[in-house]
Design a protein around this ligand. Sequence first.
Ligand SMILES: [Zn+2]
Length: 188
Amino acid sequence: MTSAEVLTLLEQRGALLTGHFKLSSGLHSDRFIQKFRIFEDPPTAESVCGALAELLRSADASVVVSAAVGGILPGYIVARRLGVRDIFVEKEAGTPVLRRGFSLDERDRAVIVEDVMTTGKSTSEVVEVVKQKGARISAIGTIVKRGNATLDFPVSTLLDLPLADYQPDACPLCRRGLPLEDPGSRRS
Ligand SMILES: [Zn+2]
């Protein structure tokens, strides 16, 4: 699947919104990617996440690790395509951890799967959990990369879509008094 095809799918599914949004990173933007418009349609989710799996196949993963909630569906589909285990990191009292009996050890080669990456904050939380467990990070993949994430690992993406994100105190949309929408998925 080419980047243009991914972009067309996002537009067709109504996943690319225009307005004034508070992102889960805290930044403001005039664009928002409502990724669950992709995931709500199983055939679309399959084709997009299947393409991401192919991008990550050479990493020779033993496990896919993603971040709850948004990463769970794409992580599952990628893991199924790669024929490996699928686990996710979630917050416990504000700290990212593995729960539900999930484990990782030094024999694991983890592929971290994201849906939409902006600052890379939730990805870096997953990276820390994987490192703490002594597992190796083989690759990081995201469906859409919309910002310049600062991670120590290269990021593979289906669609590189740099969008204008603003610090709240320097947001031109705030200055124009536009009402702020908060559609973000990360609440803690
Ligand atoms: Zn703003």
